[in-house]
Write a protein that binds this ligand. Structure first.
Ligand code: TMP
Length: 205
């Protein structure tokens, strides 16, 4: 079985971390090696970019700057971690990937797709995940859960309307991509995990 890149997507508070544990266990049971990555982040330089985009600055952050930093971090992770792992047969679980930029910067910030497309092309060429699980949560509930974990960062403080636009774009993208599966993350956690396992059984095993 060739190594696969499985991505978990969703708004803040969607429950990505616990789903990642379920996916990791599923891959282990297949007898395959796997690593987990996060975006932005996952290499020394990409982690510095993560601090940078999540942090507060004494200046306004242009939407285009945020977008380019996301792709810069993604390129580092792809070239230094994801592709080398896949080529030696190690599966990769991605805590976010390109769909986040399309949803947050495209939908949330409102950057037109024709501005994003050249960066996608430069960064990814034809690379794409084998499977994406999008955990769909009502933004109000998601933010409530995120707030319960501590103070919100710069992106998390973008406001409810921003997250509503981001969610709408996620759902629109999922609708047009047969490799993306929408999981209702408003259900009890046990049900979310059951649905994740069922999707993996059908799509991967
Ligand atoms: P998280 O991984 O802890 O959710 O934090 C990542 C934050 O960065 C989250 O608010 C979503 C945001 N983000 C984007 O806006 N665009 C992107 O392309 C990625 C990967 C993340």
């Amino acid at each position: 079985m060739s190594a696969k890149f499985i991505v978990i997507e969703g708004l803040e508070g969607a429950g990505k971390s616990s789903v990642i544990s379920v996916v990791r266990e599923f891959i282990r049971q297949l007898g395959q090696q796997c690593i987990c990555t996060r975006e932005p982040g996952g290499t020394p330089m990409a982690e510095a970019i993560r601090e940078c985009v999540k942090g507060d600055w004494q200046e306004s952050i242009a939407e285009e700057t945020e977008l380019m930093l996301m792709y810069a971090a993604r390129r580092q992770l792809l070239v230094n971690v994801i592709q080398p792992a896949l080529s030696k047969g190690t599966w990769v679980i991605g805590d976010r990937h390109d769909m986040s930029s399309l949803a947050y910067q495209g939908g949330g910030r409102g950057i037109r797709y024709d501005k994003i497309a050249p960066l996608r092309d430069l960064c990814l060429q034809v690379f794409q995940p084998d499977l994406t699980l999008y955990l769909d949560v009502d933004p109000e509930e998601g933010l409530k859960r995120a707030r319960g974990r501590g103070e919100l960062d710069r992106i998390e403080r973008s406001g409810l309307a921003f997250f509503e636009r981001t969610r709408a774009r996620y759902l629109e993208l999922a609708n047009h991509d047969t490799s993306v599966f929408v999981i209702d993350a408003m259900q009890p956690m046990a049900e979310v995990h059951r649905k994740v396992k069922e999707t993996l059984q059908v799509q991967v095993a």
